[in-house]
Each structure stands twice: as C-alpha cells, then as structure tokens.
Write a protein that binds this ligand. Structure first.
Ligand code: SF4
Length: 697
C-alpha cells in the first residue's frame, strides 16, 4: 500500500510560531498562561500544561499580588483586542504577543480605516476569537457578517471598508464584497484571507484524486480540520477523520492500495509522524503477508514438482527413489514401524527432560527417538544456559518442529510458551483487562514492553501527555491495556499497548483523593519536583503545591536551589488552599524553629560569646548572633573610655567578644557589651593566673 502525505499538512506558520514562543517560555521563571487554548488540540494543550503553561479563559480569573511569582500571558495566533492587552498589563501580567503576523496586518488595516472614519465590515464568525480581536481594533462602527444574506441586510453608508476572517472561503468573500457595492458610495475591499488554509485544502484535493482512502488528522474541536474533512469527503474518496494514530483501524485498509494523509492547522508534526509510522507498520505487515502467501504457493509448487520428479525417477530407477525419499518421513516411518506412537510436525506433546547442556536440552517424548530443544527454542527470555531454566526430570510441553534424518526430533518449548502467553493476552484484550509489564527498550516511535511476550507501546500512549525522553521509562514495571491484538502478525509486535487512559484515570483519582484529604494547617511530606527562581513545586502525592522562596526559611534565601535539591523529600506545612483554582501554598519556614526561639534556648544573660559586626550606626554597632538575629552594642558599651564615633573602635566584618547584657524576645532585642566582655575576660585571666601560682607554691 502506498502512503502519501499531502503538502501543507499540519501547523500553519502562524500556529508554528505561537507554539515555538510557548515552548521557549517553558524555560523561563515567569508563570505563563495562554489566553484560551493555544491550538485546538488536546495533546498539545496537555503537553504545555505539563510544562507549566496553563490555559486561562479570562484574565479576571487571577488576582496578582506582589509576593506572588511573576505571571504572564501569551497571546495566541488569533490575536486579541487592544483593550484586553491593556487590561492584562494593568493587572500586572507580562505579555508575550504570539499573534500571527497576518492577523496583525488585519488589525493594522481596520485601525487605519477606523482613523479615516470608514465604517468597517468583518466577514467572519462573530464567536471566533480572531474576529473578536479584529473587532476590538476597528473602533465603534464595526459590523460582523457571517454570510451573504447578512451582508445584504446592511444599511447604506458613505465610506465602507471590508476585511475577512483569515480562514474564510475566498469565493464567499468575493460574493459578500459584490453585495456591498451598492451599500456605500466608497467601498474599500481588503482580501485578508490567509493562503495557508486554501493551500492545505488544495493539496488535500490533489491527493484525493490519486488515492483510495484519505485520513484527515486533527482534533475534533478544530474547525479547520472539520472543513478539511468535509472537503475530502466532497471529492467522493472514502475519508476518515482521526485525532491520532491510536484511532486507526486495520480493517479500513482492506482492498486499499493507496492512502493519503492530511492534517489540520492545529495538528503537531509528532502526531502526523506517529500516523505515518503506524501506516508504515501496516504496509510492512501487508507486504509480509503477501510474501508469506507467495512463499507458501512456491513451496506448494516445489512439492508438486518434487513429487512429479520423484514419480518419474521411481519409474526409471527404484534404487534412486529410495535415497531421495523425504528423510523426515522416512525417520518418522521407521519409528512407526517400530511400534511407537510418533508425533507429527506441529504436534504439542509432553516429555521428560533427560539431559541438560548449556546449549540444548534432551527430552524423552516416549518414542524410539529423543527430542532436542536448542537453546534458542527453549524460552521467550534470553538466557546464557539451558541450565538456568530446566533440570533433569522436569516434565515439559513441547512443539514438534521437524524430524531429523538421524531420527531425532527437533522440539520447541518457546513456541508452546508463546502460544499460552498469546491465549492469556488475547483473553485480557477481549475482556479489556489491565496487564503488567516491564519496559525493556526504546525503539522508533515508542517502547518495547515485556508482558510475557514482547509488546509495542507507541510513544503517544506512554503517558497522558507528550513524553520527551522515552528512555527514562526503561526498566519500569507498569500497568497497561491492550489496544491491538493480532495473533497472525509475523513482523512487528502482535500486541500494541497503551497506558494513556490508565495514567489519566490514576491522576484524576489521586487528585480527587488529595482534595478530599487536604486541609490548611496540616503537615505533609512531599517531593521537590521542580525548582524555579521564585520557589519550588512540591509533589504532595497527586498534586503539586508551591513553596514560595519567602516560605523556605526564616533567613533570607538568595535562590531556592541554595537550600533545596530536586528529588529530595521534605516536610511542608499547608499554608493556604484555593479549592476553586486548585492552588496549594506551602511553607517550610512554619515547621522550623525561628531564630529567636534558637536564641532563647541557646543563650543566657551574662554569657560571653563571639559575634561579627554587621552594621554600624551613630549610636552603636549591630552584631550577628545567629543567622537572622542581630544584637546591639551601644556606643557606651564599646570601651572603658568615651567613644566619639563607633567607627573609631569597631569595623564591619570584624569579630568581637561580647557579653550578653539582656535578652528581650518580646521586643526582639539583645543588649551586648564589648567593654564588659573584655573586663570579665581580663578578671578571669587574673584569677586563673593566681590559681595557677597557688598551685605551683
Ligand atoms: S491560518 Fe494563516 S492567518 Fe491564521 S494563524 Fe495560520 S498563518 Fe496565520
């Protein structure tokens, strides 16, 4: 089967640009939102959601305050009105404008028309965000017409400008323009229809002329995908609309020799690639079936030729006939003549292991001849030696592969195991049951999973969103559903798996449980998922909360990564919950002793301690006692003599011995004295000296 991809399938330049801008924004510290979905495609939306860019329907949903992280709005390719941008700025949002340059051009045209006092007509759908954005740039005298009938109802005016929604049909636009000729004394028509949609539709039409079946890839919510689908259906070619590769059904391609593929403007390249990969898979499978069929026909005709030849040789020379007889039949016949029941090729029989070597296993199958299982036919798993799997005396089930001319029978245990596994998995597939498997390898387009036999997990079914690095799943044992089971497939995997739905269900369950259980004031253990400049996102088991940098410690933290490490576990206090917006604010600081609590526990009045001068004022010097707690040495406590200026006796950064004169936790004040510390220390020195002298006498 030939597969052709239509030109211009997938993202148009405007959408590609917007997606690129959003992708770049995921690397920044700002918390970005898109105003409305970036594209009409759930896979893309989920991809960005997982990378921290949520969809905001209305900017009034969020109230910004100074202690919150910086937030920003990405304007999608449809564009918005200038008022909306202004309002977002007023609210404190940063703005990234991903409006398509072609839509921006329409904004410029209507603004100029409005400045020149033209009435403006927009041909388009009044509910479409692009049209609403254009109307916002058009001033007061703007009307939106959806079709020719509505255009004919417009009243007379002096000066009129006509523009179109970029994705409208050109013929309809010209009909509307013609209908407006009578409406105004001066009519200015700007064809603002984008050629991307037209080119995509034309390319799809061209390909439809040459194929038996057409696949249109795109989200069901995408209006341009729906239009594309209708255009393909109109050509009379059998057409299916699919969201992604998982919706393709093998039955569609029976009797089909050429398939065409196109995709809507909101379909990312990776979804198109998966569809192409899946089609290649079908193609290979079909080719293989063809090859197998041809091979069987060839074998059959060889056999027929052989028997004809044999017959003529037998007639010519009975001696030669004897030696050229089928050796396998001969060995089998011998066994039968000896009175043993002899199994035939393909039979499944039981046998007892009588010898185990590294490379093969000998089996007594109850006849005159022994059976041999070579290591490669012993197990579905790769092993170094047969001794790892069987022992002498074991009873095993084996399949007869062939009789050798010396009378031994070539057996396979692996094929019996494989059939049993396939029976089990077929039942799981029919009953839609969950199976467990271990991911063993990444391959083109997905992962290989050991579920008893090796199954294929397409990349789009690994998680409920886009997975950037498939390799990180290798070695994990996870649960799956079987979405495709084809026992007769000879190349590629007979079993295709998915965990997309399971992951989504599990996340929904964990989320529901999380919101039922969580309360403000609780202490929870979480895992640090992601560190950003303004804090860290903590996975609380089903949901992530934000630990703002100001809530990490009582001390001032320069950057969260100075204190926290991604992947570490920590206890956090549930500071605040916003159930409506599903936000959780956390604190670590609340669970730590405050510096003042530490000071009260650790120090007493009269203690002599060492501290560092951190700041000098006209009335004295501040000394850091503990991180976050400074004490004051009043100028009168600096020396025994009168000090004019504190700088005359101390400097910032200098270490000093200090006596604690007073601790007042209520007022958060500590009084210190350098003078008394020095006097006390000198007195102590004298006392020590005298004591030493007495001891020496
Ligand atoms: S369809 Fe055309 S106008 Fe619209 S976003 Fe794409 S490139 Fe821009």
């Amino acid at each position: 089967m030939l597969v052709s991809l239509a030109e211009n399938a997938g993202f148009c330049n405007g959408v590609r640009r917007a997606v690129k801008i959003a992708e770049e924004s995921t690397e920044e510290k700002t918390e970005w939102y898109t105003l409305g979905p970036l594209v009409h495609n759930d896979d893309v939306i989920n991809h960005f959601k997982q990378r921290g860019i949520a969809v905001l329907d209305n900017i009034e949903e969020i109230h910004l305050s100074n202690d919150e992280p910086e937030r920003g709005i990405i304007i999608r390719s449809h564009g918005v009105s200038p008022e909306l941008i202004e309002r977002a700025r007023e609210k404190g949002f940063k703005i990234k404008d991903a409006t398509c340059p072609l839509v921006k051009r329409v904004h410029d045209i209507v603004r100029l028309l409005s400045d020149a006092e033209y009435d403006i007509v927009i041909f388009g759908d009044s509910e479409h965000p692009e049209v609403q954005g254009i109307a916002g740039w058009s001033g007061q005298n703007v009307k939106i017409v959806a079709n020719l009938d509505e255009a004919r109802l417009l009243g007379k005016t002096a000066k009129l400008g006509l523009v179109s929604q970029t994705t409208k049909d050109e013929k309809e636009f010209f009909a509307v323009a013609a209908a407006l000729l009578d409406t105004a004394r001066e009519l200015r028509v700007f064809n603002t229809i984008c050629s991307a949609t037209r080119k995509r539709q034309e390319a799809a039409w061209v390909i439809c002329q040459d194929v038996d079946l057409m696949l249109v890839v795109g989200d069901r919510k995408s209006s341009n995908t729906n239009t594309l689908f209708k255009e393909c259906v109109k050509t009379g070619v059998k057409t299916f609309r699919i969201m992604n590769a998982s919706e393709i059904e093998a039955d569609w391609f029976r009797g089909i020799s050429k398939t065409g593929i196109t995709a809507g403007a909101s379909t990312p390249d990776w979804i198109i690639k998966e569809v192409l990969d899946r089609m290649t898979d079908y193609e290979e499978n079909k080719q293989e079936q063809q090859e197998t069929m041809e091979q069987e026909i060839q074998e059959q005709s060889n056999l027929e030729e052989e028997s004809t030849e044999q017959l003529s040789q037998e007639q010519d020379s009975p001696q030669v006939a004897e030696t050229s007889a089928n050796e396998e039949s001969f060995a089998k016949m011998e066994a039968e003549m000896a009175g043993f029941a002899s199994p035939s090729r393909g039979d499944i029989i039981k046998g007892i292991v009588i010898q185990v070597l590294d490379d093969d296993v000998m089996v007594d199958v109850g006849g005159k001849s022994e059976g041999i299982i070579p290591l490669r036919e012993l197990s579905l798993k790769d092993v170094e030696s047969a001794k790892e799997l069987v022992a002498v005396g074991d009873e095993i089930e084996v399949k007869v592969l062939k009789w050798d001319d010396d009378g031994t029978i070539l057996l396979s245990k692996k094929r019996v195991d494989s059939e049993k596994e396939l029976d089990r998995l077929e039942q799981y597939a029919q009953e839609d049951k969950i199976i467990e498997g271990t991911i063993i390898e990444s391959v083109k387009g997905g992962l290989l999973v050991d579920v008893g036999i090796i199954a294929f997990l397409p990349a789009s079914h690994v998680d409920d969103g886009y997975v950037k690095n498939l390799d990180e799943y290798i070695g994990q044992t996870l649960e799956f559903k079987i979405i495709e089971f084809n026992r007769n497939k000879r190349r590629g995997s007979q079993i295709v798996l998915s965990r997309r739905e399971l992951v989504a269900e599990e996340k929904a369950r964990l989320k529901e449980h999380f919101w039922q259980e969580i309360e403000e004031g609780q202490t929870r253990t979480g895992k640090i998922k992601r560190i950003v400049d303004y804090g860290a996102f903590i996975d609380l088991g089903g949901y992530e909360g934000l630990l703002h940098v100001s809530e990490i410690d009582h001390r001032r933290i320069e950057h969260p990564s100075n204190v926290l490490n991604e992947g570490d576990e920590l206890d956090v206090y549930i500071l605040a919950l916003d159930r409506e917006k599903e936000r959780v604010s956390l604190s670590r600081k609340k669970l730590l002793k405050s510096p003042w609590e530490i000071v009260v526990e650790k120090y007493q009045e009269g203690d002599i301690i060492e501290g560092t001068i951190v700041r000098i004022a006209s009335f004295g010097a501040f000394v850091e006692i503990e991180p976050g707690v400074d004490g004051l040495v009043h100028i009168s406590q600096m020396a025994d003599f009168r000090v004019e200026k504190p700088e005359d006796v101390v400097s910032v950064g200098e270490k000093a011995n200090l006596k604690i004169l007073s601790i007042d936790p209520g007022q958060k004040r500590i009084g210190l004295s350098i003078k008394e510390a020095r006097n006390d220390m000198e007195s102590q020195e004298v006392e020590d000296y005298l004591e030493n002298q007495e001891d020496n006498e």
